[in-house]
Design a protein around this ligand. Sequence first.
Ligand code: SF4
Ligand code: SF4
Length: 165
Amino acid sequence: MGYFTNIKDTASSIFEGMSITVSHLFRKPVTIQYPDRIPRPLKETLPDRFRGFLKVDMDICTACLACMNDCPIACIKIETKKDENSAAKERVLTRFDIDEAKCMYCGLCTEPCPTGAIHFTREFERATESIHDLVYKFVPEGMTIVPFKQPKKETAASSEEAQEA
Ligand code: SF4
Ligand code: SF4
């Protein structure tokens, strides 16, 4: 008796499974052919506060190191040196790397930046075969960048002097 019951249960479970499979043949597919066959670019559907890869505007980076010092997991590596070729021997940036593979997008590096040079973008698509490609170098190798010098803020004393004059 048990033998025939097993056969009946097996046949009924195969039928049940196959009926679900066959029913999908007649449904509209829900698979999205990403990235080239979606009605709107995915970036347009991201929330306003989406955090994508970090970017540094080197034109306004003062090389203050605040972002590097505030990153809790040491994703940011900044190096500077004195430029021996310049008369003033000014300080230049020789390295500004962000390891985007390691970054946890916490935003702690963006908070202390005095100029807003480091910020999140809406970029998130950078498939690569090597994790090392996700270390972004904002100072090209072998080059140096002169840090941005912020205009000095008007002190209370100087504004008082200006008012007296
Ligand atoms: S977002 Fe967070 S983890 Fe990523 S670099 Fe900035 S401080 Fe570090
Ligand atoms: S990105 Fe901002 S916080 Fe980081 S070194 Fe440059 S100016 Fe300083």
